[in-house]
Design a protein around this ligand. Structure first.
Ligand code: CP
Length: 307
C-alpha cells in the first residue's frame, strides 16, 4: 500500500504530474467534483493545525468525498494510551485514506506500517511535512514559471522547521538551485540535511545570520516561524523568536519579482504591511495547498484501486 511520508517518496516525474493535475483541477474543477464519491478521508491530527487539516478536508469535499476527523489528541483514544499503530488499524476499518499529523517524528511511518489504506504524513514533529512542500512547489511553479535556475533563501528556524527540510529535499532535485540558509547560530539546518542532501548532491549553499545582505540575490525568500512548541527551554525561545522580522523597509534592494513565501502560521516574521505587496505569496501557498492535496488524494486512491 503506497503512503507518502516524505517528499522523496515522490519522484520528480510524479511531482510534475501532481502539479499538472492541480493546474487542471484549478482550470476544470467540474471534472473532479465526483471523483471520490462515497470515499472517506480520515484526518487524524494529534497536533494543532488550521491549514493542513482544513485544506485536506476541503480537498476531499471538493472531490465529492466525505471526511471523518480526529482534531486533537485529547479528543481520541490516544488520550487513554492507544498506540499509533492500533489507531491506524482501527481507522483502516472506517476510511479509504488517512492524513495524519503527530508531534513525534516517525509517527506517520508507524501508522503506514499498521494501516491497510494509504497514509499521508501531514507533519511529524520536526521531521517532514511533504504536503506543505507540494503547496510550496506549485506556488514556485505558478509564480516563477520554472522549477530550475533559482536562488532560494530560507530564513528563521531552519533546525526544527520540517517544512524547510522537506523543501530543501524537493528543490535539490531540480537543476541549478542554490540555497542561502539564513538563521541564528542555534537554529541552523541540521547537519544530516547538509550532509545527506546538499553536500551529497553537490548543491551550492551559503550559511549566514544576515538577512538584509542576502536579500538582493534571492528569487525566493521562504520565511519561517520560530516554533515555541519545539523548544525545551522557554528562555531560548524568547531570545530567538524575533530574530528575523521582514518589513517593507528591509525589502528595499530585493528583486522586483522576488517571491515571498511562508508556510504559516506567522507570528511576527513578516509584517502585515507586506501582505499587499505583489511579491507576497504566502496566502497563494494556502490556496495551492488544497489543489495539490486534491491531486495527491486522487493519485493514491487510484494507485490503491479504490477509485
Ligand atoms: N502550514 C501548516 O502546516 O499550517 P497548519 O499548522 O495550520 O496546518
Amino acid at each position: 500500500m503506497r503512503s507518502v511520508l516524505d517528499i522523496v517518496d515522490l519522484s520528480v516525474a510524479e511531482l510534475d504530474e501532481l502539479m499538472r493535475t492541480a493546474c487542471d483541477i484549478i482550470e476544470n474543477p467540474e471534472k473532479y467534483q465526483e471523483a471520490c464519491r462515497h470515499k472517506k478521508l480520515a484526518t487524524l491530527f494529534f497536533e494543532p493545525s488550521t491549514r493542513t487539516r482544513l485544506s485536506f478536508e476541503a480537498a476531499m469535499y471538493e472531490l465529492g468525498g466525505n471526511v471523518i476527523s480526529v482534531s486533537s489528541a485529547g479528543a481520541s483514544s490516544a488520550a487513554k494510551g492507544e498506540s499509533v499503530a492500533d489507531t491506524a488499524k482501527t481507522v483502516s476499518c472506517y476510511a479509504d485514506i488517512i492524513a495524519m499529523r503527530h508531534p513525534k517524528e516517525g509517527a506517520a511511518l508507524v501508522a503506514s506500517r499498521a494501516a491497510t489504506i494509504p497514509v499521508i504524513n501531514a507533519g511529524d514533529g520536526g521531521h517532514n511535512h511533504p504536503t506543505q512542500t507540494l503547496a510550496d512547489l506549485l506556488t514556485i511553479f505558478r509564480e516563477k514559471g520554472r522549477m530550475d535556475n533559482l536562488t532560494i533563501g530560507l530564513c528563521g528556524d531552519l533546525k526544527f522547521g520540517r517544512t524547510v527540510h522537506s523543501l530543501i529535499n524537493a528543490m535539490s532535485r531540480y537543476s541549478n538551485i542554490r540555497f542561502v540558509l539564513i538563521s541564528p547560530e542555534e537554529l541552523k539546518v541540521p547537519s544530516y540535511v547538509k550532509k545527506d542532501v546538499l553536500q551529497k548532491q553537490g548543491i551550492p549553499y551559503l550559511q549566514t545570520t544576515d538577512l538584509e545582505t542576502a536579500l538582493p540575490e534571492l528569487d525566493i525568500l521562504y520565511m519561517t516561524r520560530v516554533q515555541r512548541e519545539r523548544f525545551f527551554n522557554e528562555e531560548d525561545y524568547l531570545r530567538l523568536k524575533d530574530s528575523y522580522i521582514l518589513t517593507p523597509q528591509k525589502l528595499t534592494g530585493a528583486k522586483d519579482d522576488l517571491c515571498i513565501m511562508h508556510p504559516l502560521p506567522r507570528v511576527n516574521e513578516i509584517s502585515v504591511a507586506i501582505d499587499d505587496d505583489p511579491r507576497a505569496c504566502y496566502f497563494k501557498q494556502v490556496s495551492n495547498g488544497k489543489y495539490m492535496r486534491m491531486a495527491l488524494i486522487l493519485k493514491l486512491l487510484k494507485e490503491a484501486g479504490t477509485i
